[in-house]
Design a protein around this ligand. Structure first.
Ligand code: FE2
Length: 400
């Protein structure tokens, strides 16, 4: 249906994040596919594409597509000109408050205001705020939620559609000279005073946050820290080079940015020698502090990493457990999801569901681990007798 401005190169530049060419056949149709994440909200599963189009509600039992969420007209646009009433952008990595059902999201674009926060309430009302002081056009992929703030990082991974049209490159860039800046946005008063922290952190990239803890004046922001974004840039490739596999051009290790809330000083620590990514937590505790973090772990492979295991880390003590899922057979170990043992079980007490694509055998599997001891291996396997592709993100949805 669509032809993209960055879809006709025939090489690594074909990211399909640019504008689509509009014609009489796709006129009025939001561009893109809501295939980056699916998360529970208001009794539905909501699929999001981050930039490509508005969030789509899916019935959680029948998987019927219900359509664009009714609160979409209250969201702001991303990079692309809205194609229809209600066409908008919404992050693929919202956070939520388990008790109130409030959803903390945003949209971003390559022109000012670069980021707009959207707090979506269970009744479908939306509180929005443009970040007029945003320093630059960051790829705003994820945030941390604390008891007080939404912490939005501005990292030097930027996007700019003029790169596609003027330089014949893809829209992403890695501008190491830009500082990492954190916006601390009051989560219960989105129009309140934002605290901006200009850090002197080295050029690093956290694509996905794990979670955050606040202890006294210390704000600890956890997540796998990349040496650079795992996305292709002009310094890596020439015209005609093939598309790079994700995680093949950069690696990340579990790390922590600690912010001194008195002085604004920031420091970065690497917490593990093991390459890891796709961090998840017990989402009932989003924004409340946490102990348990789940990741997919792996080994260094050339400039990137090769994933093979499930890793559970106690983020207070930094002790961890691993289980190696892949040995010699080709497989993709995909993002895990935590499911609580019971609605009231303590944080991190339950099950971890890991999708595994045994793509060499054209089959898939869910491996389910008990958090009591993952080193014993999966307590249950669900065979999927068909080829399972890449599943970027997902969440457990509970029914009461
Ligand atoms: Fe993501």
């Amino acid at each position: 249906m669509f032809e993209w401005t960055d879809g006709g190169f025939g090489d690594w530049r074909d990211t399909a994040y640019g504008d689509v060419t509009r014609d009489r056949f796709n006129c009025g149709v939001p561009q893109g596919t809501a295939n980056i994440n699916i998360f529970p909200f208001g009794g539905d599963m909501v699929a999001s594409s981050e930039q490509g189009g508005p969030p789509i509600a899916v019935h959680p039992i029948t998987l019927e597509t219900k359509g664009i969420v009714p609160w979409s007209p209250k969201l702001s646009r991303g990079m692309h000109e809205p194609a229809a009433y209600g066409d908008a952008a919404f992050t693929a990595h919202p956070k939520w408050d388990h008790e109130t059902g409030t959803l903390y999201g945003w949209s971003y674009r390559d022109f000012a205001p670069y980021v707009t926060m959207h707090i979506v309430h269970p009744d479908g009302s939306v509180d929005s705020r443009d970040l007029h002081d945003a320093p630059y056009n960051t790829v705003a992929h994820d945030v941390w939620l604390t008891p007080e703030w939404i912490v939005m990082p501005f990292q030097p991974f930027t996007l700019d559609r003029s790169r596609i049209t003027e330089k014949r490159l893809n829209l992403w860039n890695w501008q190491e000279e830009l500082p990492i800046v954190l916006a601390l946005i009051p989560r219960d008063d989105v129009h309140g005073e934002i605290r901006w922290i200009n850090t002197d952190l080295p050029p690093q990239y956290i694509m996905h946050t794990m979670s955050a803890n606040v202890e006294g004046d210390k704000l600890m922001l956890d997540g796998p820290i990349f040496n650079r974004p795992p996305f292709p840039f002009e310094q890596d490739f020439a015209a005609g080079d093939d598309i790079a596999l994700f995680f093949s051009i950069a690696k990340s290790h579990l790390g922590r940015w600690t912010i001194d809330l008195k002085t604004g000083a920031a420091k970065s620590e690497q917490l593990s020698d093991r390459p890891s990514e796709l961090p998840k937590v017990d989402e009932r505790f989003y924004g409340r502090g946490y102990t348990w973090g789940y990741q997919v772990g792996g080994v260094v492979k050339r400039n990137g990493m090769s994933m093979n295991s499930l890793v559970v880390t106690n983020m207070r003590t930094l002790s961890d457990q691993t289980y190696q899922i892949r040995t010699d057979q080709p497989a993709a170990i995909l993002e895990a999801t935590f499911a609580p043992r019971s609605p009231d079980s303590p944080e991190g007490d339950g099950y971890i569901i890991v999708p595994v694509s045994w793509w060499g055998d054209k089959r898939g599997e869910f491996q389910i681990f008990d958090t009591y001891d993952i080193t014993k291996g999966p307590i249950c396997r669900i065979d999927l007798p068909f080829f399972m592709g890449w599943t970027p993100h997902g969440h457990w949805m509970d029914f009461r």
